[in-house]
Design a protein around this ligand. Sequence first.
Ligand SMILES: [Zn+2]
Length: 83
Amino acid sequence: MNPNYGKDKDDFHMVGGRCRYCAKNAPAVVDYKDINTLQKFMSPQGKLFDRKRLGNCAKHQRAIARAVKRARFLALLRYSGKQ
Ligand SMILES: [Zn+2]
């Protein structure tokens, strides 16, 4: 690993428009039924990653959080722990 990793704030900040839902050809809405995509935003323990790590914009991070909560309520995703 690069020994200077973490010393530059760009390591933790998103560079350019990295939000996958703002990109061209992106789906218009965050689908709570799309479990495979939602799982990419979560740790193996079932926790949602923060916005900086995912590179999403605030609007879409909120939409993702809503979709994950919706999917959990419908038992499509776990609340915690390994599956
Ligand atoms: Zn976005």
